[in-house]
Design a protein around this ligand. Structure first.
Ligand SMILES: NC(=O)c1ccc[n+]([C@@H]2O[C@H](COP(=O)([O-])OP(=O)(O)OC[C@H]3O[C@@H](n4cnc5c(N)ncnc54)[C@H](OP(=O)(O)O)[C@@H]3O)[C@@H](O)[C@H]2O)c1
Length: 142
């Protein structure tokens, strides 16, 4: 099946949301993770949605639970991304109020682009400083 044409991005900036759910409404399996309720087809669609995305926007709860791997340039994605004028890999943006994130994870040190953390104005400045150190200077308060 030609997933690329089925999941083509429309013109202009778009936010695409995606999740997997069981028939009885669960969003995670017995291990507390979404991978255990995802089949091969789900994983293909998930990767297709990322293949030409500028940004992967993730909630902090998901980062704490799922321990995302670093977002790196995939050789199978590179040609299409560069032809579309995109960065070699998607930018990860994490939304967090508490900034209680697993900063030691390779996601923060090995992603192709420094991870961006979006947070609020009430957060402890020491936590913001820690986030900035862990993200190569990129943590934003709004
Ligand atoms: N089935 C699927 O497709 C799928 C996909 C992804 C994740 N999951 C599962 O979903 C679970 C995580 O869900 P979750 O409910 O924790 O949701 P989440 O969206 O991953 O994270 C929620 C967190 O986002 C931050 N946040 C949300 N709104 C904010 C705001 N306005 N300002 C600042 N921060 C804000 C808060 O972070 P802080 O607590 O840091 O302040 C909040 O705790 C995990 O078990 C994961 O495995 C399932």
């Amino acid at each position: 099946m030609d997933l690329a044409s089925l999941y083509r991005w429309p013109e202009g900036p778009w936010l695409r949301t995606m999740m997997v759910m069981t028939l009885d409404g669960a969003t995670v399996g017995a291990d507390g993770l979404s991978g255990s309720i995802s089949g091969a087809a789900d994983k293909r669609v998930f990767m297709e949605a990322r293949r030409l995305a500028d940004v992967v926007l993730v909630g902090a709860g998901t980062i704490r639970a799922e321990r995302y791997k670093p977002m790196v340039t995939k050789s199978t994605w590179l040609e299409a991304r560069l032809a579309a004028g995109l960065a070699p890999a998607p930018q990860v943006v994490i939304v967090s109020g508490r900034l209680d994130l697993p900063w030691e994870e390779p996601l923060f040190s090995e992603s192709a682009l420094p991870v961006i953390v979006a947070t609020g104005t009430e957060v402890d400045p020491a936590k913001v400083a820690e986030a900035r150190r862990s993200c190569g200077g990129r943590a934003f308060r709004r």
